[in-house]
Design a protein around this ligand. Structure first.
Ligand code: ZN
Length: 319
């Protein structure tokens, strides 16, 4: 057995560019916007690169070898990890929660996501929330296209973290490279796209759904970033929500990992090393399956680590 090394899927976007290439993905095209690093979603299903399941997709493994994922009951692999390189601004958007998506999107899941800024240009900003005082003012500002008044834009820097709950108006702005961890869902309501054209036409907007879903007034997400020290490892917990827990692991030397989860997603965001006898470098994505009870990490690396919590396992022993 061993960990499942994944082949990422790259996607072009009108806001894409060379940031993913600069990060180290030589295979990413000149207009690449997204690298789907850990995904079993039908829009970009990753292939296993090593071991017994080499050549199989992650969704195939999840459907046929659920024991790798602690025999979880969820119908589909629940998380999706992307690296996003935005040369230009993304549209201003909002995601529904599970209830709204179930009723209005044929039973799809809602979407909670979060962003950790890997790199950004000097004066980079991000859109999080809005300035409307209530739902009525929100609707007026949207219908009257008062975008400047409505949209709340804040400066960002490398290492910042943002949790985007359903209902939170948001957009990544140009010059930003980030890692996104999210529920495995594609439901996005676009409220404003800077009147841009794609193939001569504006991209579709979802004004009514956006008004339905945006929380007003905006509620800023605040959670303390908790740091723990272990032998060979510093763990910083960035968020723990009903859908995922996300941690940043700074590794220096040797770390002996013991499995306590149905599965653990890992992305190397800096440095190099190895897990068992598999070499690791910046940009690698893999899953530690629940069948891998222990493994040894070595090296000087920073890893983004996510796993499911609360819904799937007893978290009583955690923290
Ligand atoms: Zn989003």
């Amino acid at each position: 057995m061993g960990v499942l090394m994944l082949e990422p899927v790259f996607k072009e976007a009108i806001w894409g560019g060379k940031l993913l290439q600069n990060f180290g993905y030589e295979e990413a095209g000149d207009k690449a916007g997204e690298c789907w690093g850990i995904s079993a979603h039908s829009s970009g299903d990753c292939t296993i690169k090593n071991g017994e399941y080499k050549g199989k997709t992650l969704s195939w493994c999840y459907q046929n070898h659920r024991e790798l994922f602690g025999n979880m009951k969820e119908e589909v692999f629940p998380l999706l990890v992307k690296i996003i390189g935005a040369e230009d601004d993304l549209s201003i958007q909002v995601h529904p929660d599970d209830q709204y998506a179930a009723v209005n999107e044929n039973g799809a899941l809602g979407k909670t996501e979060c962003w950790y800024i890997l790199d950004c240009k000097e004066d980079a900003t991000i859109v999080i929330g809005h300035h409307a005082k209530d739902k009525q003012e929100l609707e007026e500002m949207i219908r009257e296209k008062r975008w400047k008044e409505l949209i709340r834009e804040i400066p960002i820097q490398k290492g910042d973290f943002f949790q985007i709950n359903p209902g939170c108006l948001h957009a990544i702005k140009g010059g930003t490279l980030l890692i996104e961890t999210q529920q495995s869902s594609d439901v996005t309501y676009r409220v404003y796209d800077y009147d841009r054209m794609q193939n001569g036409k504006p991209r579709e907007l979802h004004i009514q759904q956006s008004i339905d879903c945006i929380t007003a007034p905006h509620q800023d997400y605040q959670e303390e970033r908790v740091i723990r020290h272990k032998q060979g490892l510093t763990v910083e917990r960035l968020v723990k929500c009903p859908f995922y827990t996300l941690e940043k692991w700074e590794m220096d030397g040797t770390y002996h990992f013991q499995m306590e989860r149905p599965f653990v997603n890992v992305t190397v965001i800096e440095g190099q090393g190895n897990v068992g006898d598999i070499p690791l470098k910046k940009g690698d994505h893999f899953i530690i399956p629940s069948t891998e009870k222990e493994c040894d990490f070595q090296g000087e690396m920073t890893l983004m680590v996510s796993y499911c919590c609360l819904l799937y396992t007893s978290d009583a022993a955690d923290d």
